[in-house]
Design a protein around this ligand. Structure first.
Ligand code: ZN
Ligand code: ZN
Length: 136
């Protein structure tokens, strides 16, 4: 059980939210709340918000926030992967590091900083939005 591995107490809201993050990738808090309520109808918005913070701090969930977007959460953690974001509809998909294993952490000049994250967002237009533009 992931929660025990992270030394977190197993509570029903934590299980429900963690499962929601696993099924709804890059979802916002609203979407996660809706998904968590399918398993645990009584869970409050505030409880989901609190659980997401705890899970993020424990490293079980990664929080991303592309410019102009609300915070999104995903279960794929620890690999510093990047994201492609659609400018039209906000769709988000995973993009692996361009070469090898987190090479983006090898900055051309780290200025003496100890780096632990490189944030890269690729912006563009998703296939659905591109198709709509062509047919309009
Ligand atoms: Zn789109
Ligand atoms: Zn992702």
């Amino acid at each position: 059980m992931l929660l025990r591995g992270a030394a977190l107490r197993v509570t029903r809201p934590r299980v429900a939210v963690l499962e929601a993050v696993h099924t709804e990738s890059h979802a916002d808090t609203e979407t996660i709340t809706r998904a968590a309520r399918r398993a645990l109808p009584s869970v409050s918005h505030q409880a989901v918000y609190d659980v997401l913070r705890v899970l993020t701090e424990a490293g079980l969930v990664r929080r991303i926030q592309p410019a102009g977007s609300t915070a999104r959460y995903e279960a794929r953690v620890g690999d510093n992967h990047h994201h492609v974001v659609c400018r039209s509809c906000g769709a988000i998909a995973d993009v692996d590091c361009a070469v090898g294993h987190t090479p983006c952490l090898t900055a051309s000049d780290d200025h003496g900083f100890v780096l632990d994250e490189a944030e890269v967002v690729y912006w563009g237009t998703c296939p659905d939005c591109t198709a709509q533009r062509i047919t309009q």
